[in-house]
Design a binder for this molecule. Structure first.
Ligand SMILES: [Zn+2]
Length: 90
């Protein structure tokens, strides 16, 4: 499977592939090829699910993330503050 995630090695948002057997999940950044392993257990599965959930919110805030479509794509996000609330026209 693939997820979009912030790679801790190249510091870009990239497509990360996740391959797993019954014991180990291997995460690989398709841009810099950095990879790491985690035990394939409920914690890891929960983490992947929460990455996906938070990505939806993040994509609203950072539409650049929609440009990540294929393995090897990468995006640098410039962190933006949340838009100020309650400061509309007066
Ligand atoms: Zn990377």
């Amino acid at each position: 499977m693939q997820i979009k995630d912030l790679c801790t090695s190249c510091d870009f948002w990239t497509i990360t592939t996740i391959e797993h057997d019954s014991e180990t999940a291997t995460f690989t950044c398709t841009y810099c090829k950095n990879s790491f392993q985690m035990p394939w257990d409920t914690n890891t599965r929960f983490m992947i699910r929460s990455i996906r959930t938070s990505l939806k919110k993040r994509t609203k805030k950072y539409p650049e993330l929609q440009e990540l479509k294929y393995a090897g794509d990468f995006v640098k996000l410039v962190e933006r503050a949340d838009p100020p609330k309650g400061q509309g026209c007066k």
